[in-house]
Design a protein around this ligand. Structure first.
Ligand code: DX5
Ligand code: ZN
Length: 225
């Protein structure tokens, strides 16, 4: 996984058919997805529940690009090794998930993965000021995490602040929540390079009509020009 700041689309399989996730992953990759975004929720840190390390390990067999695992769980540390074994390329933990985010990020890199840190809408950019040399990605939440299909919350000011703080460091800025062609253009302009999109990619398509996924991703890319 080499670093560059070109815009990458990371469809969130939260919006896919859970009974057919292997085919869904292959469909979005065939249609041009750059990364695959996997939303892990525990019914505790967020009010919804998705999948754990055993399911993520099963997804791995279908992912040919980058498996980007977003943990919306607390605590994080007891599960880091399991997600490394599951084959996560990027493992992102929330700064709000516990008192020792520095230790968590060290453990993620120590387990051989790229380390990401996510910020809820209410958390300021300054929360990562002392973490910038130990992360590979900052995920700016543009919804309160827990569900797909929520309305975009404008965090362009925070994204621009992070972009300036990051400088030349090889750290991605990912935006997650309510990304569609219109909001994608705004967040990329502010400095984001990884666009997570659930409903805007899967809307109207299916594994039997995957070209809709391709058209939805093309609409996001077209809006960036
Ligand atoms: C929100 C998740 C997101 C979500 C995005 O809790 O982290 O990844 O699936 O979904 P959309 O693009 O539908 O807002
Ligand atoms: Zn996510």
């Amino acid at each position: 996984m080499s670093f560059d700041r070109s815009v990458k689309i990371a469809p969130s399989i939260l919006s896919a058919d859970f009974a057919d996730l292997g085919r869904e992953i292959r469909a979005i990759e065939d249609q041009g997805a750059d990364w695959v975004h996997v939303d892990v929720m525990d019914g505790h840190f967020v009010p919804n529940l998705t999948f754990g390390p055993m399911a993520v390990k099963a997804f791995r067999k279908h992912v040919r690009t980058v498996m980007d695992v977003h943990l919306m769980i607390a605590p994080v540390d007891p599960y880091i090794e399991a997600y490394a074994e599951a084959g996560a390329d990027v493992l992102t933990a929330h700064v709000e998930a516990g008192p020792h985010i520095h230790r968590t990020l060290q453990a993620i890199r120590g387990a051989g993965m790229k380390a990401g840190v996510a910020l809820n809408p209410g958390t300021p950019a300054a929360a990562v000021a002392h973490l910038l040399d130990m992360i590979d990605l900052v995920c700016v939440m543009t919804v309160n995490p827990g569900y797909g299909g929520q309305k975009f919350i404008d965090m362009t000011g925070k994204i621009a602040e992070l972009r300036a703080m990051i400088g030349d460091r090889p750290v991605h800025i990912e935006v997650d929540g309510g990304v569609d062609p219109e909001t994608a253009a705004r967040v990329v302009e502010a400095g984001a390079d990884v666009l997570v999109a659930g409903s805007a990619v899967f809307r109207g398509g299916s594994v039997d009509a995957p070209e809709v996924y391709g058209a939805n991703m093309a609409a996001i890319r077209a809006a960036l020009a």
